[in-house]
Design a protein. Sequence first.
Length: 278
Amino acid sequence: MSFYPQPNKYQCGPFALKYALVMLGIFKDEDQIGIIAGSTWWAGTDEIGLSRAARRFKCRMKHFQSSNPNDARRMLVSELKKGYPCILSVDNWEHWCTVVSYQKGKFVVIDSEPDKVITIYTSSQLVRKWRYKEKGTGIISYDGYALIPKFKVHTRAKFTPEKAKYIMYDKNDDLAKKWDQYTNDLINVCRPRTKLSYKIITFSEFLRRNQINLVKRVANWHGEPTYSELKKILANMKFVAEIYDLVIPENEEKKAAIDISSIMMMYSCGKYGMDPIY
């Protein structure tokens, strides 16, 4: 699951909805979405099927459309600023992709077709890809669907172009492919920041206080993982925590240290194995 390319041509719709749901903290498999949406290899997935799948996950797809590229872009930016990821029909209605962020004239787009699924587009680049021209009539159209949750969202991802570039680096491929596992683990350790949050510490501050002790204990007790390897795991956690703005109540810092050390030890045993100690 998470950020990796589609294995075939016809699954772009389920992938696009999956990536939109990830922005709202919902993790669903593209195959499950495809079954609900009625995706087929000969016809792909239409907007009716995607809307049906979105409703199954307590969301609705709000359609917006214009024949004017500037108006369409303004509508897209308006929905993104409300916190709603948007699914666009692109490549002359032959493909679906997901726009998750807009900042300083640049859009963060998740497209399951290329190998690097997270892409940054300028306004002009996105409009060219988005444009639909009907054969015969020459009608121009820009169609998009904002994914609007029918529930209170607790963990909404906030991708900036800089954050998107970070995930696209080859060295962070493991983070992209294990995004849902990292997020699900952190949601059980941390809390979403709210307006009522007080006496909390960020995950960055938690690591400043505890990283050296966590890495030394896990590496030395197990014996196989290196310090740098475990630091990379913690760095991935920190990145995800920042994307979803997850924090730790100050009175739960010790519990969080126990939880994180347990996760790191399970990672070590899963990767390197372990002999019985008693």
